[in-house]
Design a protein around this ligand. Structure first.
Ligand code: GN1
Ligand code: MG
Length: 365
């Protein structure tokens, strides 16, 4: 860990009632936006106490206090329903001023305990794990189905407004600030071809055919902490983008991540496809937990949700590549281009399997 970060973490610790010395810090590289550190403190006991420290990206989240306010509201709602211990969402420690966040060095920091015995899978092939993650996200929506939506701040306006996302994408193609467009003409063509289909859910929502729900909006299964031993879901994390949205976006984004036969940034596109077994396991878990409150139209558009979010994210990655990688953290040259191409290939495979995908949703509805 670089000295500067260590110093920052040390200074953040000062803002909390935490005693003891840092005995270890590791950076967690799984997110693309915020900076996350696994910190161990020697508090004089036999075992060090483990914490997660997070610095929120202030460019992406212009007003990060909104995130923490949303979190408070949601936690209070779930607490008031007296939920069982297996349905937790991650909460953050209060600092000496009684706030669940601290400003330091111009950024919002937050601190939580590391959840004991938990694991966040980056890759999961076990269908039971996928079903379990699907269930956790479906249940999350279910538990918030009666939450008064107007209480939530929009932490990123139009986050999954695919129609607007594509408008911004094509505007970026026009702007082409780094002259990168000439090398990616074929990739851009894909978005022209599927623009209408990808905008359909936004249109339906605007026409009142699909209801808004309180949704998680970032349903990669590494946002569910699972019990290391039993693989039961322990805790839903990364609630930064919990906002009113479409139920199908949550299942869709989850499928995009969970049922890809390859990783999100795979360069060998021959490895990228939709794994129908994984798709089915995740869908079974999610629909099983959510079907009671979903409308017929919502259930019928679940499969389109996966295609929509995959195309949308592909356009976000490619737009960021064109713009010089200002939004998503990149770890190698052309990283966002690789990510975009992988998502395009995955969406193409989903388009081929669309009918089969719909049938599976129906089977569990
Ligand atoms: C970002 O940082 P992370 O991994 O939690 C992004 C999501 C994308 C995801 C793709 C606020 O999430 O929308 O689906 O990358 N979050 C934001 O891996 O833009
Ligand atoms: Mg996230």
């Amino acid at each position: 860990m670089d000295k500067e970060t260590l110093k920052l973490i040390d200074e953040v610790i000062e803002k909390y009632d935490l005693k003891g010395e840092i005995s270890g810090v590791e950076i967690c590289l799984n997110g693309h936006i915020n900076d996350t550190y696994h910190v161990k403190l020697d508090e004089g006991n036999e075992r060090d106490v483990e914490y997660i420290f997070q610095r929120i990206n202030g460019t992406v989240f212009e007003d990060p206090i909104k995130i923490m306010d949303n979190l408070k509201e949601i936690t209070a709602h779930l607490d008031s329903k007296g939920l069982c211990s297996d349905c937790e969402i991650l909460t953050f420690l209060d600092n000496k001023d009684g706030e669940n966040y601290s400003f330091h060095g111009g950024n919002l920091w937050r601190v939580s305990y590391f959840v004991e015995n938990s694991v966040a899978y980056e890759v999961a092939d076990d269908l039971k794990i996928l079903k379990s993650a699907g269930y956790a996200f479906g249940r999350f929506q279910h538990q918030l189905a009666d939450f008064p939506m107007e209480k939530l701040h929009e932490t990123i306006p139009d986050f999954h407004n695919t129609k607007k996302r594509l408008e911004h994408f094509f505007a970026m193609v026009e702007k082409d600030p780094l002259d990168r467009v000439k090398d990616i003409k074929e990739d851009i063509e894909f978005f022209r071809e599927y623009r209408d289909l990808a905008s359909k859910l936004t249109d339906m929502q605007e026409a009142g055919e699909l209801p808004l729900r309180v949704v998680h909006n970032d349903t990669k299964y590494n946002n569910i902490l699972m019990d290391k031993n039993t693989n039961e879901p322990l805790c839903v994390i990364d609630l930064d983008t919990v906002m009113p949205g479409l139920s199908a976006h949550d299942l869709g984004d989850a499928i995009r991540f969970a049922a890809n036969t390859a990783v999100e940034d795979e360069r060998d596109l021959s490895k990228v496809a939709l794994d129908m077994e994984k798709y089915e396991a995740f869908t079974e878990g999610f629909i099983g937990a959510a079907k009671d409150f979903l409308t017929k139209a919502e259930l019928e558009t679940m499969a389109l949700g996966a295609i929509t979010i995959t195309i949308e994210l592909a356009s976000r990655f490619l737009g960021d590549h064109i713009n010089g990688d200002k939004y998503f953290r990149v770890l190698r040259e052309n990283h966002n281009l690789d990510r975009a191409r992988c998502q395009i290939r995955l969406a193409q495979d989903m388009l081929k399997k669309y009918e089969e995908m719909k049938k599976i949703v129906k089977k569990y509805s």
